[in-house]
Design a protein around this ligand. Structure first.
Ligand SMILES: Cc1cc2nc3c(=O)[nH]c(=O)nc-3n(C[C@H](O)[C@H](O)[C@H](O)COP(=O)(O)O)c2cc1C
Length: 254
């Protein structure tokens, strides 16, 4: 088949998933359309010659629940799709399989899947510097391999790792809060929070029941006013550093 268009569609609170989606889409098509589904969903339809690279970060071995919901506004008509899971060097568990299931339910044909490693957004010392040059080469080469597969009219679905029922994930007991001295109440964090957990006029009152600890408010704040409690983070850091000690490498399924 000849591709009409290539799109990178991602949920990326900290920016790493966006980088992976763009690198794979760039490898597949050169030019691509950028669809940022981090803070909101757009209603989008794709035709049978439109390739979409769907990318999610891994949270507790799953894809973030709001992204799964946002995908309900995307429709394919047998359109080819690539699914990507981007994770912080621990594991992606069932995230890739879950994302594949979501996009197939929306009318896409999953022709390839990839799991790539990026800096851990809660504990940035873990996998710091990733994706590195070798990771970026692997992403671009993967995109090119997808293009070649489609050019050969091969729409087969690869075996994707993961199991059902999906791993249970109920969030983490850590939530970013605002430093009152630094916060200027500009409202950016509130406007961009994917789950509407931050009131625009009172950003100190984060709703921890809604918050999914995606870290987007921490990354988006122009005044570096938001962060996790350092004492509580210390315990998570120790636990995660053990679980993430060995360097993991990209995996692709095509
Ligand atoms: C709440 C939360 C849960 C996470 N769970 C996992 C996990 O289960 N496995 C893993 O390897 N990384 C995990 N990570 C790390 C992210 O998957 C990783 O940093 C990813 O690159 C973030 O993407 P982003 O920069 O696009 O937000 C988690 C991060 C957060 C904030």
């Amino acid at each position: 088949m000849t591709l009409n268009s290539v799109s990178a569609l991602y949920f990326s609170p900290g920016g790493s998933t966006r980088a992976a989606a763009r690198a794979v889409a760039g490898g597949a098509g050169g030019e691509y359309r950028d669809c940022d589904f981090t803070s909101r969903a757009d209603s989008l339809g794709f035709g049978e010659n439109d390739l979409v690279v769907f990318a999610a970060p891994v949270f507790g071995g799953r894809i973030p629940a709001p992204f799964a919901g946002f995908l309900d506004s995307v429709t394919g008509r047998g359109s080819p799709a690539v699914v990507l899971a981007v994770y912080g060097n621990r594991d992606y568990d069932d995230a890739l399989l879950e994302l594949a299931g979501c996009v197939k339910a929306r009318g896409f044909r999953v022709v390839a899947a990839g799991a790539f490693i990026a800096r851990h957004s809660m504990v940035p010392e873990i996998a710091s510097g990733r994706p590195d040059a070798a990771d970026r080469d692997a992403m671009a080469a993967f995109g090119a391999a997808v293009r070649a597969k489609l050019a050969a009219d091969d729409f087969s679905e690869p075996a994707i790792p993961g199991g059902r029922p999906y791993k249970e994930y109920n969030g983490v007991p850590l939530h970013p809060s605002a430093n009152r001295q630094r916060c200027v109440k500009c409202g950016k964090c509130a406007r961009e929070c994917p789950v509407g957990a931050i009131p625009e006029d009172a950003p100190y009152r984060t709703d921890n029941k809604k918050c999914i600890t995606c870290m987007h408010c921490v990354c988006a704040c122009p005044n570096y006013a938001r962060g996790l409690n350092p004492l509580m983070l210390a315990a998570t850091r120790t636990m995660l550093k053990k679980a993430c000690a060995a360097r993991r490498e990209p995996e692709t399924f095509i």
